[in-house]
Design a protein around this ligand. Sequence first.
Ligand code: SAM
Length: 278
Amino acid sequence: MNLWFTENQTDNLRLSFRVKNLVEFRKSKFQTLAVYDTVEYGRLFTLDDFVMLTEKDEFVYHEMISHIALSCHPKPENILVIGGGDGGTIREIERHSRVKNITLVEIDREVVEISKKHLPFVACGFDDERVSVIIDDGIEYIKNHKNKFDIIFIDSTDPVAFAEGLFHTDFYKFVFDALKKDGIMVAQTEYPFLKGDFIKEVFSSLKQVFPIVSPYLAFIPTYPTGMWSFAFASKKYHYINDLNPEFTKDFAEKLKYYTPEVHKAAFALPKFVKDLIE
Ligand code: SAM
């Protein structure tokens, strides 16, 4: 019982989980995939030895990436998710009966396969008839779609290798064009404590493209530093003024992190985060 999985978060910072057993380890064309059973956090899914999710705290990330924008858009019918092959984000989007179509564009087929096999708590929404899964590079996919989506979620890995382009101004311009005239984009944008320069750059790029832009925060214990940021970027709807608590009311009892109060609070930024984006 002395097996550990260690994530090297930076050259100087590590997070270790005591592991009961390795469930599966495989290499795809794109990355190394692994699933472990841990003592404290239940099932753990890693890509290239970076934590993607754990069974115990994944609800924070998936509820917070999805319900914020869905609570501000009055008619979110066509949704695009780039990345997110584990299924956690589409599981949350499906709770909204106003949503008619969800397109998930994941670059690595094996992420979807391994999640269906070992992570049923997130991969439980692939059979919903509103979902289409496309195995493709999200950057290429978005270039070929204009004026089509109400909300686009960028549920990607860290900004390295094939995910790097998902954080550039050119990509945000394609996202802007792929959205309808009142569309919203939400993206995961790393951790302000140690990625300040990166966050500065991302928000400066977003502000060049979208008229309404703000970071928001959530507390995720197994992600580096525990404080995680997301970007809300919108053509029309405002993250607080257009929040409608009715949009999550039908399933509010099923959620574990998101509430309309948490929604508002997530945009109350600590001063050092505010300074990064001003
Ligand atoms: N919650 C996770 C986190 O931040 O640690 C991210 C979820 S993870 C399942 C993100 C997914 O994005 C991975 O499966 C990866 O294969 C996919 N991805 C990365 N770059 C991509 C791209 N250019 N197009 C489509 N999917 C991509």
